[in-house]
Design a protein around this ligand. Structure first.
Ligand code: 5GP
Ligand code: ZN
Length: 117
């Protein structure tokens, strides 16, 4: 569970080397507030283990994926997002992905436009 990419910003947050405003942590998953929030609630939910993006997931990652979404639900509950929220994961440069460690953006607290840009 300590497979760390030494060049990865989010691995640095997992390790505690880079400070973050954590809202959840367990053996597999951490969640923390985005440094540049795009909505009143903007939390990033990530596996502790370095996985580059959703395209790199394998069948063996099913348990961590279930846990990631369990944390999404818990954070949404705690933030009072009963009116709805959006979960986004960018995959690859054309999507706008800038940090290549799998993360789910949980965005809520305001109406969301569709389609995204
Ligand atoms: P991406 O563009 O890869 O989908 O999302 C990366 C997110 O990470 C962006 O929303 C960006 O604001 C956030 N981010 C980048 N650097 C940091 C940081 O050092 N701390 C935190 N909390 N968020 C960061
Ligand atoms: Zn990483």
């Amino acid at each position: 569970m300590t497979e760390r990419d030494p060049d990865c910003l989010f691995c640095g947050i997992v390790a505690g080397d880079i400070p973050a405003d954590l809202v959840h942590e367990d053996d597999e998953v951490i969640a923390f507030r985005d440094i540049a929030p795009r909505a009143p609630t903007h939390v990033l939910v990530i596996p502790r283990r370095h996985i580059a993006d959703a395209q790199a997931l394998t069948d063996a990652d099913a348990p961590v994926l279930a846990n990631l979404f369990a944390v999404v639900r818990r954070v949404a509950d705690e933030a009072g997002l009963e009116r709805g929220y959006r979960v986004v994961t960018n995959v690859g440069p054309e999507s706008g992905q800038t940090v290549f460690h799998l993360h789910f953006h949980l965005l809520g607290g305001r109406p969301m436009a569709w389609p995204p840009g």
